[in-house]
Design a protein around this ligand. Structure first.
Ligand code: ATP
Length: 135
């Protein structure tokens, strides 16, 4: 089976680097499945999960958004934060949910802190979903 190289990089460094058979990602315009030889393109990503299929196995990486760059032999993903499912700290994510929910109850909807808390809640829920395989 043909493979394509995938790199997932964040400001903290590389998170994933492997040869895979297929990549499934959620772009802002919908889900995309990338196979080796895909036409070149760039797309913004939704917060969510990247699924990487290789030899009948699937690796899952949580991303907080970012960009996908496709070339025929390589896919690069640049994200502010990304974690391979096995590296997600579930307790930390649950604590982040609690903190965000408390802030949402304390601040008004048009407040900057409300928006920040909403995003923090989304990031934490995404991590929990990826950790638990609910994607
Ligand atoms: P927290 O409030 O727990 O720090 P956060 O959503 O504010 O969560 P980010 O700013 O998105 O965190 O990420 C900061 C760094 O911490 C990134 O490198 C990210 O990959 C990592 N990170 C955040 N939450 C987790 C988690 N639950 N498990 C593993 N790594 C995490």
């Amino acid at each position: 089976m043909k493979t394509i190289k995938v790199n997932i990089v964040t400001p903290d460094g590389p998170v994933y680097d492997s040869e895979v058979n297929m990549i499934i990602a959620n772009t802002v315009t919908g889900e995309i499945g990338v196979l080796p030889g895909h036409i070149p393109m760039v797309a913004p990503l939704e917060m969510g999960a990247i699924r990487l299929k290789k030899d009948g196995q699937t690796d899952i990486v949580a991303v907080s958004g970012g960009f996908l760059e496709i070339r025929p032999d390589q896919v690069s993903i640049l994200a502010q934060a990304a974690e391979v499912s096995q590296d997600i700290d579930l307790i930390r994510a649950k604590e982040a949910v609690k903190r965000a929910e408390e802030r949402l109850n304390l601040t008004k909807k048009d407040d900057v802190d409300f928006k920040r808390a909403e995003l923090a809640l989304k990031r934490a829920m995404n991590r929990i979903n990826v950790y638990e395989g609910n994607i």
